[in-house]
Structure formats: structure tokens, C-alpha cells
Design a protein around this ligand. Structure first.
Ligand code: GSH
Length: 242
């Protein structure tokens, strides 16, 4: 086996997508924690591979042409790994289109909207004096996440997985539905999605990926009132161009 892929990682849904893919594909990898609450995403050596100061990012010593390559943005990483291994990316040109539709849907819709719902439901109350602003934001993003759960539930009718066969689209979407309770979702409304969630949770590779997350030191919960959470909120919220 060649050198392991470096995964610059923190245990969040965007991080879980990549550990799931690496485990499913049987690729050797090494976790390089990026402690977001401490601002490690701003280190120059990390910015050199991920200029958006966001994890995940990978460095594959065995990239195209046998040369090392780095990749940032979790959707690009999943597509890179699927193309590298020839697995989970769609078996033919039509299947690949479907996989990418849902991969991009997650990247542009489910992920960002669920992130905003989380922000307004749990973090903004501690940060905003005017709770009416909190309520508006919370309702807007909670509604949108509810709509997106409905879209995914509809796609899963008559299908075991999002694009038919299990794919990187499932690996991208599944971790973002783990906090369904926090998103204000009642899974009883979305039975196809609930059954799909169970099918994926039962996969040994997914269980290994989630166990790997447990080994990385978790930061404070950003909604906490303690000093560590306050410091992490100062690092993470209100960023502007540097
Ligand atoms: N579109 C990016 C989003 C990645 C992202 O938002 N990562 C968050 C953690 S889930 C992060 O690194 N945040 C650091 C920061 O906000 O400074 C991807 O999917 O890779």
C-alpha cells in the first residue's frame, strides 16, 4: 500500500463525509486535526492547501501522474476520490450525472441551509440582543431545511439510495441529516429518509468513520456559556476578508 492520504479534519458533518468515503473506498488515511475553535484553520500551512480557511482538505501523495495533489471543498474531495478509485461515483455517464446533481444539491442546499438553521436556532440567541432577529432567521432556515428534507424524502421513494446505487451523494447528505432533531425535524414526516438513514448507519465503514470522529478532541459546544465557547465564537463568527 502507498503512503496514506492526509485528511485535514475536524469532527463536523463536512469532515464526516470524507472519513466515510475513505473508509468505504478502503483508502489508507491519516487524520490531521484542525481545531476550528482555536483558529487552526488560519495557519499558513493549512491556508496553502485550503485558501478558504475551511476544513476538510486532503493531500494525496499519489495524485494524478503519481505526483502529490491537495484538494479542498468536500464535494471536490468526494468526486476526486470516486474518480481515483472508480467507486461510488456513478457506474456510467448517466449515473454520474445523477450522483453529481445530488452531490451539488447537498453542497449548495442542504449543507449551507442546515448550517444557517443551526446558527440561528442555537448560536444567535447568545449573540444578539434583539431576539426578533433571531426568530426571523431561525424560522427562515428551519423552513428551508424542512423543505429540503421533503425533496430528499421524495427522491428516496422507490430507491434504496439517492442516485440508485450507494454513492458519494449519500456520503455527502447523510452526515447533514444526523442533527435532524437540532434542525427541528420530525423524522416521522419523512419515512423514506428515515429508512435510508438507518441503512447507511448500519454500514461498517460508516461506523468506523464515526468512531474515528470520537477519537478527535471535540471543541466546546458553540452554544455554551463558558469562556472556551465564547472564545470559539469570536474565532468563528463575524469573519471578514483578511
Ligand atoms: N463548502 C465547504 C464548507 C466547509 C466548512 O464550512 N467547514 C467548516 C466546518 S464544518 C469550517 O472549516 N469552518 C472554519 C471557519 O469557519 O473558520 C466544504 O464542504 O468543504
Amino acid at each position: 500500500m502507498g503512503q496514506p492520504i492526509e485528511l485535514h479534519y475536524w469532527p463536523t458533518p463536512n469532515g464526516h463525509k470524507v472519513t466515510i468515503a475513505l473508509e468505504e473506498m478502503g483508502l489508507a488515511y491519516e487524520l490531521r486535526p484542525v481545531n476550528l475553535g482555536l483558529g487552526e484553520q488560519f495557519r499558513p500551512e493549512f491556508l496553502a492547501i485550503s485558501p478558504n480557511n475551511r476544513m476538510p482538505a486532503i493531500v494525496d501523495p499519489d495524485g494524478p501522474g503519481g505526483e502529490a495533489v491537495s484538494v479542498f471543498e468536500s464535494g471536490a474531495i468526494l468526486r476526486y476520490l470516486a474518480d481515483k478509485t472508480g467507486a461510488f461515483g456513478g457506474a456510467d455517464a448517466r449515473a454520474k450525472i445523477q450522483v453529481d446533481e445530488w452531490l451539488f444539491w447537498q453542497m449548495a442546499g442542504l449543507g449551507p441551509m442546515a448550517g444557517q438553521a443551526n446558527h440561528f436556532r442555537f448560536y444567535a440567541p447568545a449573540m444578539l440582543a434583539d431576539q426578533r432577529q433571531v426568530a426571523y432567521g431561525a424560522a427562515r432556515y428551519t423552513n428551508e431545511v424542512h423543505r429540503l428534507y421533503g425533496v430528499l424524502n421524495g427522491q428516496l421513494k422507490g430507491r434504496e439510495f439517492i442516485a440508485g446505487d450507494y454513492s458519494i451523494a449519500d456520503m455527502a447528505c447523510w452526515p447533514w441529516t444526523n442533527p435532524w432533531k437540532a434542525h427541528g425535524i420530525d423524522l416521522a414526516e419523512f419515512p423514506e429518509l428515515a429508512a435510508w438513514r438507518d441503512r447507511i448507519a448500519a454500514r461498517p465503514a460508516v461506523q468506523r468513520a464515526m468512531a474515528a470522529a470520537e477519537k478527535v478532541k471535540q471543541g466546546p459546544t458553540l452554544a455554551d456559556s463558558g469562556e472556551a465557547a465564547e472564545a470559539a465564537r469570536r474565532v468563528l463568527f463575524g469573519q471578514r476578508a483578511r
